[in-house]
Design a protein around this ligand. Sequence first.
Ligand code: MEV
Length: 304
Amino acid sequence: MTVARAPGKAILLGEHFVVHGTGAILCAIDKYATVTVSPRDKGVYVKSRYGELEFHDTDLKGAPEHHRPFLNIATELGMKVDTIIDSQIPPGVGLGSSSSCCVAGAGAMLNSSRDGVIETALRAERSVFEGASGADTAVCTVGGIIEFRNGEHKVVESDPILLAIASTGRIHSTAKTVEAVRQYRERNPKEFESACKQVKGLVGDARNALDSKDLVSLGAHMWLNQELLKEIKVSDATIDKIVEAASRTSYGAKLTGAGAGGCVIALVDDSNCQRTLEAMRACGAEAFSVKTDMDGLRVGQTLS
Ligand code: MEV
């Protein structure tokens, strides 16, 4: 039996634009998906919050979406395994639920916490969402805070940060919002190019703010990024309301992940975390705080 645990993630800056080459800054968060695999005689068995499935085919086209990434990994590696998934990460709200499961699945089946994991996990994720940039699988594997651009990541040496998170409770489809942004770009090429340029600059400046532990500057850059996410129409009235409320008490707030529902993050520290969570709850959102996970993927026979 092998157990693997991978963190979820929040995108501090650059979601959507990263698909178009701007770069992004991501933070692994201390909410986890755990995948346990053990050998079996035939086929692949998967059990998760979406139900149970026994699969004996090598053609994955007909496999249900939620189970397909695990079948993809097992088929690639020629493994016959029982695969049990247990996740603390709310699904479909931009906190890396699916990437974290892909990373933990790859780690458990490869019995490795690094070698080949990012690539295997990304192929698994792309079996359901072809356009994935790879940013989420990278940060869920290495943990901490990373800068991601064009398939490559660099770890940002930073102290752990604290985020207040509000869930709108509205589940989104990342693939659909990424496609909607592609269509926006086609209709508004000049505006989109200008927004990309600005995001590139914000990502660079935010990286400097992290290096110098300047939360005020980092938060301000997150807020500016939110304005550009609004421009490309991935924000909505609920998100805007929470961002406005959280901006009054935190260093800066924005949507995280695909938008169109999902979650808002606000950069906080111990001095303003509770007030920000209350401000988020006053908007009717479910709110909780997370801090940076510094470990990334962990793999073993048991995990303490
Ligand atoms: C989703 O968490 C982030 C997006 O930028 C898509 C991606 O990078 O694959 C919307």
